[in-house]
Design a protein around this ligand. Structure first.
Ligand SMILES: [Zn+2]
Length: 67
């Protein structure tokens, strides 16, 4: 299992963390959280910025050790 912090993926001071076995599971949890907690950010997102965010998330996932 790996844990990704919201603050690592653009959430600023946010202390939310999402954990799971697969990158898609954790990405899904983070997206759900962002829709509620970071509405402004989600509304401003473009297809290009989402592609960048997804790439950044994949890279972070690879670099994060199992816990
Ligand atoms: Zn957050």
């Amino acid at each position: 299992m790996k844990t990704i912090k919201c603050s690592q993926v653009g959430g600023g001071e946010c202390t939310f963390e999402a954990s799971g076995e697969t990158v898609d599971e954790v990405r899904g949890k983070m997206s759900e959280h962002a829709k509620e907690a970071h509405k402004d950010m989600v509304e401003k997102a473009t297809p290009e910025s989402m592609t960048e965010w997804n790439a950044m998330f994949d890279k972070l996932w690879e670099e994060t050790p199992e816990n």
